[in-house]
Design a protein around this ligand. Structure first.
Ligand code: EPZ
Length: 417
């Protein structure tokens, strides 16, 4: 397996492009199962998870074509309803193929998804919501057979928790259901709104977009369209923090400022000077970061759970003590032990992590998951001395061309085969 050699302590300065959002393009690709015509997406990121989603679509009989940041999917030739175990296990978000398959074909055979080990990643809410829409679920040997012999019918349902994936599955299933579906306590993440806008572009009738109450009037069929994927807010935040932890100054181009708000206030609290005009965000780091007194992850529009790990790295080199409270995933702190190898002073008690800011030194560490890996990469850039990073495949899942981007703005890093 490749390793990355990083010489820390170099200020990152310059301009970087932000690509399309991983957590938007994946449900968008799943939604093409609903459309018996060609759909073209622009601003798509080149990521291993996108490759897996395209493999799933190909396996279902859809025609797919990728040309740079442009992806075309034609669902006219959809001919299967099962997703092989191997593909399901490669990423958590494969579960969002369930709703569209059920809506288009009346049945789907999937297995329990894989993905980041952020604690138990059940799908009970997905299944109970689809059952309310008329689905029947049976499990045998780890495979789920979901069918809707009498089709899907709209209904009124409320989520116990604003689950992103569950909201996305319900939206896609309800788009072709008979009648109207009202979804209460829906997830409000920007990527969910992006999916709603795409579905409406294909002829769906969804109102309340961006809010916690979504109304879907089922239609008989959807048509093709061309759609631009929203910018990746996690990529934006990660590179903003790369400037912050190296005392640098970066201009990020192609951002969606509205989707960043919960995190920008914490960046400013830590002393960064931000300037955002149109779709360009400029981040100038202070000489020394200040601590973040209290960061609590919450469903959007709260502070995003995916940003917790990278912000913890900033706290490790800040002046003072920062406190993080994770409320979404069971185990968002898998990267903490690896950060400690670099001198991080972090005390974890359940979902609370207390970080005493100091400095970091180089070490050999292993990426543990996508955002934990981002945190370790930021730590290596900020550390005094040299680091080696292993298990880089986690980073390939969510950060397009991350090595080239970082080198372009002054990072001293190279890959050891
Ligand atoms: C999406 O995951 C994102 N992934 C995650 O980003 C993100 O952290 C998460 O939303 C929260 O914002 C994609 O969009 C591909 P959830 P998802 O359903 O849909 C529990 C990244 O790093 N739950 O809102 O899986 C679940 O275990 C990834 O880009 C159930 O208990 O998130 C978790 O604790 C990581 N039963 C919580 O809800 C269910 O049926 C939130 O899950 C479903 C979820």
């Amino acid at each position: 397996m490749d390793e990355l050699y990083v010489e820390g302590g170099h200020r990152l300065v310059g301009e970087l492009p932000i690509h399309g959002a991983k957590n938007s393009v994946l449900p968008l690709l799943a939604a093409t199962v609903l459309v018996p015509q060609a759909v073209t997406f622009t601003n798509c990121p080149s990521l291993s998870d996108v490759d897996v989603a395209l493999a799933i679509l190909g396996n279902l009989g859809c025609k797919t074509r990728q040309n740079g940041t442009c992806i075309t999917v034609d669902g006219a030739t959809l001919s299967a309803v099962g997703i092989p175990d191997g593909l399901m296990r490669q990423m958590r978000s494969s579960i969002v193929f369930l709703g569209p398959l059920l809506a288009r074909c009346g049945e789907a055979t999937v297995s329990l998804p894989g993905g980041c080990e952020l604690g138990p990643r059940p799908i009970d809410w997905h299944l109970s919501a689809l059952e309310k829409l008329g689905a029947q679920v049976t499990e045998s040997a780890g495979r789920l057979c979901v069918c809707a012999p009498r089709g899907l019918r709209g209904c009124e349902l409320s989520l116990a928790f604003p689950s992103v994936g569950t909201t996305e599955n319900v939206l896609m299933a309800a788009s072709l259901a008979k009648g109207v579906t009202v979804l209460h306590n829906a997830a409000q993440e920007p990527e969910v709104a992006d999916l709603c806008r795409f579905l409406n572009c294909c002829g769906a009738r969804i109102t309340g977009v961006g809010g916690s109450r979504l109304v879907v009037e089922g239609v008989a069929r959807l048509h093709g369209c061309t759609y631009r994927v929203m910018p990746d807010r996690m990529e934006t935040i990660t590179y903003a923090l790369a400037a912050a932890v190296t005392g640098g100054e970066l201009s990020l181009v192609g951002v969606d400022k509205a989707s960043l708000c919960p995190t920008l206030s914490v960046l400013e609290e830590m002393g960064c000077a931000l300037h955002c005009e149109k779709r360009r965000l400029s981040v100038k780091a202070p000489t020394r970061l200040a601590c973040a007194r209290g960061v609590r992850s919450m469903p959007y529009p709260g502070f995003p759970t995916d940003a917790m790990a990278p912000f913890m790295t900033a706290a490790c080199v800040a002046n003072g003590t920062s406190v993080f409270t994770e409320t979404v995933f069971e185990n968002r702190y898998r990267h903490v032990d690896e950060l400690r190898r670099m001198g991080a002073r972090i005390r974890v008690n359940g979902r609370v992590a207390v970080v005493d800011g100091d400095s970091l030194h180089g070490a050999t560490v292993q990426c543990t998951d996508l955002r934990g890996g981002a945190a370790l990469l930021l730590a290596a850039l900020a550390a005094d001395g040299e680091s080696r990073l292993g298990a880089l495949q986690h980073l390939e899942r969510g950060y397009p061309a991350w090595e080239d981007k970082l080198r372009r703005v002054g990072a001293q890093l190279y890959r050891i085969k």
